[in-house]
Design a protein around this ligand. Structure first.
Ligand SMILES: Cc1cc2nc3c(=O)[nH]c(=O)nc-3n(C[C@H](O)[C@H](O)[C@H](O)COP(=O)(O)O)c2cc1C
Length: 427
């Protein structure tokens, strides 16, 4: 069998899996505009990607109005519309229940990724019909009143194109309310039938805005020392585990480290930086051993802005950087970011990771596990339709038996190759 290491069964927490090819969480900005709930198309999208004993992680699902950004950064969203989904109303819960049922009917497992974006969200959500006239707390909030600076999405930096509104520093007496918002979202996810929830504690959003000293300037027990900056992470994980039970909570972190040559972080999301990322993520990963998690997912710091075509994408040739955390974490470890079929297989075979989450290749190949098993050509993803309303580039990618249709395909062996002569990139 091709890519055989990916097809050994494994149990992650309480979730029994038949293979190790996971759908990485991917925001698609196609929720219903009025209810901010998933739609029939959303259910089709996840159903298409479900397989017997395969794990899907949903797109980021927002825990409250305060948590919810409006993605004007993407031109297609400005032109075509599109919103991200939430999980704080009963209507949203019922809509997610329909999604979960479709995945379970195919024997798949599905986890709901819970997100609070902190200072990445904009105050304009106050005008949304779901929010207007309510007393819901509004964005942006963060650990401290430090705003995102504007910059374009380039290299290993990922940022907003305009400067953001200055966030309100969450006062310490509001932290219980914030944790209650996470807990409420998790309780709805449980009622919707999800197999678990994942805390999105990566990519520069609220939890990372507490963890990183470039943003967090607090002097209370949620700021200052490492232990204090990681406190919100552990408090929220504890609440989620309490709500979901053991083995039903995953956590995503995006460790980075300083490039010895430049002294800068290898990967920066929304301007979130730390003076000593290695110490920070070591503390976070070791601390997570105290919880009965389903898994810990780590983003490899090589994926940058995800904006390249597959042939030009350097991420597929950069080495993995997170190997050191394998020795620190006792549970199931999921890797994400820049994996090709062969590097994913090697990472599982040599024990670097237990499971591999594929983003872009799973987006454009609904039957990715089967294609990996067979070594079949993959449909090449179309970057233009990643985000924004519409079925195109969402539910029209074909299965193997449907043939490529209007799409381009690529042999698995060429992914990570280079038009510039197949040089490996090692920096
Ligand atoms: C369209 C798109 C949306 C994404 N949205 C999310 C998200 O909502 N939550 C998250 O944790 N990561 C998100 N990511 C990152 C992916 O989970 C994954 O780490 C990334 O695509 C790199 O993996 P890949 O090289 O297999 O594509 C997104 C990536 C893409 C391409």
């Amino acid at each position: 069998m091709i890519n055989a290491a990916l097809f050994h069964p494994i149990t992650t927490g309480r979730i029994a899996l038949q293979h190790r090819v996971v759908l990485a969480p991917m925001t698609r900005i196609r929720a219903d505009e009025l209810t901010l709930a998933p739609t029939e198309q959303t259910a089709t999208y996840y159903e298409q990607r479900a397989s017997a004993g395969g794990l899907l992680i949903t797109e980021a699902v927002h825990i409250s109005p305060e948590a919810t950004p409006i993605w004007t950064i993407y031109q297609r969203v400005t032109e075509k519309g599109g919103q991200v989904p939430g999980i704080w109303t009963e209507t949203q819960m019922e809509a997610w229940r329909a999604v979960v049922a479709r995945v379970h009917a195919k024997g798949g497992r599905i986890i709901c990724q819970l997100l609070h974006t902190g200072r990445v969200a904009q105050p304009e959500i106050a005008q949304h019909p779901l929010v207007k006239g309510t007393d819901a707390p509004l964005p942006p909030v963060s650990s401290s009143a430090t705003a995102i600076e504007a910059s374009n999405e380039t290299g290993n930096q990922y940022n907003w194109d305009k400067g953001a509104t200055l966030p309100r520093a969450l006062p310490i007496d509001e932290i219980p309310r914030l944790i209650a918002d996470y807990r409420h979202a998790a309780s709805l996810a449980r009622r919707a039938g999800f197999d678990g929830v994942e805390l999105h504690a990566a990519h520069g959003y609220l939890i990372e805005q507490f963890m990183n000293d470039g943003v967090n300037q607090r002097s209370d027990r949620y700021g200052g020392r490492l232990e204090n900056r990681c406190r919100l992470l552990f408090d929220v994980v504890a609440a989620l585990v309490d709500e979901m039970g053991p083995g039903r909570v995953g956590v995503r972190l995006s460790p980075t480290h300083l490039d010895p040559e430049t002294g800068h972080s290898r990967q920066v999301y929304f301007g979130v930086r730390d003076g000593d990322p290695l110490a920070l993520y070591t503390h976070a990963v070791e601390g997570l051993n105290a919880f009965p998690l389903a898994y810990l997912m780590l983003t490899e710091p090589r994926v940058g802005g995800l904006s390249q075509s597959p042939e030009a994408e350097d991420a597929y040739r950069h080495p993995m950087r997170n190997r050191g955390y394998r020795d620190l974490y006792d549970g199931v470890l999921v890797g994400a970011g820049g994996f090709t079929p062969s590097t994913a297989t090697a990472a599982v075979a040599d024990g670097s990771y237990d499971l591999i989450a594929f983003g872009r290749w799973f987006l454009s190949n609904p039957d990715l596990p089967e294609r990996l098993r067979q070594g079949a050509d993959l449909t090449v993803y179309e970057r233009e339709t990643f985000y924004g309303a519409g079925a195109e580039g969402y539910i029209d990618y074909p299965n193997l038996e449907q043939g490529p249709g209007r799409f381009t395909t690529m042999p698995q062996s060429l992914i990570g190759g280079s038009l510039r002569g197949n040089r490996p990139v090692t920096t």
